[in-house]
Design a binder for this molecule. Structure first.
Ligand code: SF4
Length: 458
């Protein structure tokens, strides 16, 4: 994305590291051959030549590695590429904007190979499975495996906020065994979404889309980005309160808006000479790496942590569990994920997507520039730290379990209803979701466009 070579990339080349850019299919064999002959080129660049991924070898993670993760979930990509153009996204600049996909035969072969090693749970890593051109053929094949062959398989997928408009998409996902879905909600301020070129996210559709997933009992994880230009500490917390009241989201996960190298945002900041953190380890979406026009770095950090605390209150967790029971979404699994999310941030200070229940540290694994610690200091501290964290995990689990049991014992639990679960009506625009100035301007624009499409003068 940058005109000049990144200094760290140049440093790696100067150290004699060979670099490979692009996708491996059809290319890695030659690279390995060059390596075996000790004739590696400095750079292999296939960025302008994206390979066909149909009928090619597919990656297979060995079961012993997969069992190290909670739930023993393995992963594969059914396709690559996304037609959208979100400015913070790197995927489109690596995998392109055209859909390339594996065939239903390929997917079936991947599933069978994993079942043969005892793995039943899959994360389809397509950044947007709804835009895989063959989603229906793939889901039909998986449905056949589940409903005819009775294979016990389940899936986690990632989709965009317009997926519910694809006829049959959500229903077939349910029949194919999709249990959890990641949705890039990103924000509820239309100006922020427009600024990030996330035009496909229409806040007027959010409730309908989330209710469609709730109607089939799938757990929703929504990504929410903090630090768009229009955000302030007050607006962020107020928006989260609106989400809690009005959107039937199960898990909400927060990220710093991050200029990831390879994204349009990074390119623009680089060209404008805006300061960005040099330490690439921090580009994990759980650290601030650049400034914000309306918040100091400290304010942004405090607001990021407050956002997690604001969403995951005991009171709102109880509401989420009540919504799960009322809609047929697994309350036990949702409680488990809530413990995981809350614990990763509150106990481990790590993003849930990178976290786990036990942190294994190696004394000799140190970041460049940091000294290896004395074993007499390292091991006692590690043991105390681990014991104290495990006690916190247990206490968190017990607290969440008490909430879960309380809701489960409520005889009226199946009749639960609230503002978020209420069906979509003609009065949606009276909701708090549309009370901000940005949302009102957005609605004006939507109404103007509707009038134009009806041929009326505006
Ligand atoms: S919808 Fe998702 S994958 Fe597609 S461009 Fe936007 S962030 Fe990237």
């Amino acid at each position: 994305m940058l005109k000049d070579r990144d200094p760290y990339v140049q440093k790696a080349l100067d150290m004699g590291v060979s670099l490979f850019a692009g996708e491996a299919e059809g290319r890695l064999g030659n690279v390995l051959l060059d390596a075996s002959l000790n004739e590696l080129h400095p750079v292999y660049n296939f960025m302008d030549d994206l390979p066909n991924i149909e009928g090619v070898a597919s990656p297979l993670l060995p079961a012993e590695r997969v069992h190290l993760t909670a739930g023993a979930t393995t992963s594969f990509d059914a396709g690559r590429g996304c037609p959208f153009a979100c400015s913070f996204c790197t995927i489109i600049n690596v995998q392109g904007r055209k859909s390339r996909r594996r065939s239903p035969d390929d997917i079936e072969a991947i599933i069978r190979a994993n079942l043969a090693q005892g793995l039943h749970s899959f994360f389809i890593t397509d950044d947007n499975f709804a835009r895989n051109k063959d989603w229906e053929a793939i889901l039909d094949r998986v449905i056949m495996l589940r409903e005819v062959e009775k294979l016990k398989i389940s899936f986690i997928i990632q989709v965009d906020t317009l997926c519910h408009k694809l006829p049959n998409f959500i229903e077939k996902c349910k029949r194919a065994g999709v249990k959890r879905v990641f949705i890039g909600l990103e924000n509820i301020n239309p100006d922020n979404l427009l600024g990030a070129k996330k035009r496909q996210n229409k806040i007027t559709d959010y409730r309908q889309m989330l209710l469609a997933w709730k109607s089939v009992g799938v757990v929703t994880y929504c990504g929410y980005i903090l630090g768009f230009p229009g955000d302030t500490p007050e607006s962020i917390i107020s928006d989260i309160e609106v989400i809690k009241r009005e959107l039937p989201v199960d898990l909400l996960e927060f990220f710093y808006l991050t200029p990831l190298p390879g994204s349009e945002d990074h390119q623009k900041l680089h060209e404008a000479g805006i300061e960005m953190d040099e330490d690439l380890n921090k580009y994990d979406l759980n650290h601030d790496v650049t400034g914000h026009s309306k918040m100091s770095r400290d304010e942004w950090r405090q607001t990021y942590h407050k956002a997690w605390e604001t969403y995951y209150t005991d009171e709102h967790i109880e509401t989420v569990i009540r919504r799960c029971i009322a809609t047929g979404t697994s309350p036990g699994k949702t409680t488990f994920f809530i413990v995981w999310f809350r614990g990763c941030i509150g106990i481990e200070s790590i993003h849930p997507l990178e976290g786990g229940f036990l942190r294994i540290k190696s004394r000799r694994n140190r970041r460049e520039g940091l000294p290896v610690e004395n074993p007499l200091v390292f091991y006692p501290r590690y043991v105390i730290e681990t014991l104290s964290k495990q006690l916190k995990w247990i206490s968190l689990y017990i607290r969440m379990r008490i909430i879960y049991k309380r809701v489960k014992r409520d005889p009226a639990r199946f009749d639960y209803m609230d503002t978020a679960l209420a069906p979509v009506t003609d009065h949606e625009e009276e909701r708090d979701l549309f009370k901000t100035e940005a949302a009102q301007n957005y609605l004006d624009k939507v109404h103007r466009n509707e009038r134009v499409s009806r041929g009326e003068t505006v």
